[in-house]
Write a protein that binds this ligand. Sequence first.
Ligand code: AMP
Length: 298
Amino acid sequence: MAVRQAAGPVTRRGTRMVRVRAIAAVRRSVGRWRARGERIAFVPTMGAIHAGHLSLVRRARATAERVVASLFVNPLQFGPGEDFRSYPRPRRRDRERLAAAGVDLLWEPAVTDLYPPGHCTRVRVVGLSDVLEGASRPGHFEGVATVVTALLHVVSPDVLWLGQKDAQQARLIERMVVDLRLAVRVRRAPTVREADGLALSSRNAYLSADERRQAVALSRGLKAASRLLHAGERSAVRLRAAIRRTWRAYPKVREDYVAVVDASTLAPLARVRGRALVAVAARVGPARLIDNFEWGPR
Ligand code: AMP
């Protein structure tokens, strides 16, 4: 396999971010750092880097001496008719942003690097994969679990940083790491939002100006549910109704799901007790957006 190693833009520490494609090159860099006793934090991304991704990098920096990030639009997690082809890929800008945030090694694998000819191994996290996002996007989490397993085997980080924005994905990977006895600590970072509350997402780029204004419905609905929880409401039916009531003012927002589930098992709750996940998904114009918050003791 050809090893392509390019000196990327300059990182905040003044060193150059190294950019590689080949698995062997990732292993060499990580091996060198590990031999010196340095810890490795890993931030996997699909690119179209925004402040949410950069907050993960900043947290990663605080938990390890070295930060590895990956840019890979994973075909296996997109269903037929989804946006794999049109997913934004502003690579040059991504590299600059990741370097400025302090990434030491940026891994940009090609599809054939992660899926060699004839590949047929899949990782499935049973149950957690089949609800919420998994119910709307069959096969999505098998694609996620399979690629994250491969990424973790190559990078072998001490810490893996994920965003609360994709709560089900984070939960599933936490479970998988326990079940497969992977030697990595999984950490979650809070959702970074626009000033009006909209969760940052690479898919927000699909929104027209009017759709962008309406997209705030997701976080507004969650705010309404959160206010009710603070006021003592525990009925999942009433919490979901409050979100849907909020959404009535936003005609371009088409519900996919509004759910109140156990944050660990993702099983539906009739009443909120323990730690709960309030999660929503909706289509706004061409974009399918998700958002959530967790409530209660960890
Ligand atoms: P993606 O590039 O969409 O696959 O996301 C890469 C990582 O960034 C995942 O762990 C996401 O959960 C996380 N992420 C995406 N959006 C946000 C956000 N608004 N705030 C914090 N983390 C995020």
